[in-house]
Design a protein around this ligand. Sequence first.
Ligand code: GRF
Length: 211
Amino acid sequence: MRRIAVLVSGSGSNLQALIDAQQSGQISGAQIALVISSKPNVFALERAATHGIASCVIKTSDYLPAEYEKALLNALTEQSIDTIVLAGFLAILPQGVIAAYRGRIVNIHPSLIPSFCGKGFYGMRVHRAVYESAVKLTGATVHFVDEGIDTGKVICQRGVAVAAGDTPETIAAKVLKIEHQILPEVVAALVADRIEWVDERPFIRRGEEIE
Ligand code: GRF
């Protein structure tokens, strides 16, 4: 049974989508075994408690850098975690964690990478930039996590039109719906070893098709 840790910093709506996907059987052969929050008193921790999922708060400001990495690795090892999902996680993952779990860490970003991503592009900042740029298409991306910020190989993306009547808030709501679709799809594929690589580019295998 694969054991998943979900790293959060806020409301945890993506965590909830993963919990729902586990309960519906969309994610099978795996268990969300741990939630790690970078902040205390966030609703994501209540979601974990409601579903009997172990959780802890590991704040960067409580540690020196090397100790922060150790605290994360200890928490992950204690729960025998083999897969990490960053879901609204706003802290930077230490290099030692990325190295230890390379190829088994994914992140959800609320834009079509490589647009509107990288340093400073998170939450509503992304959607305000999308709105101000007048692009006609935005969406969400799930990608592997590497040493950069939002630079890992893209696994899955889904777009949505930006309409004249949209605001940054309505854009955010449209994109969040897509996030809640594609993150469980990718995690289900990852834990079922249905990620196929074609010329160093990851694709999800669905039945006979890869896409
Ligand atoms: C979402 O927009 C996600 O893309 C971003 O953080 C936001 C909050 O996510 N990474 P959640 O509701 O805490 O899952």
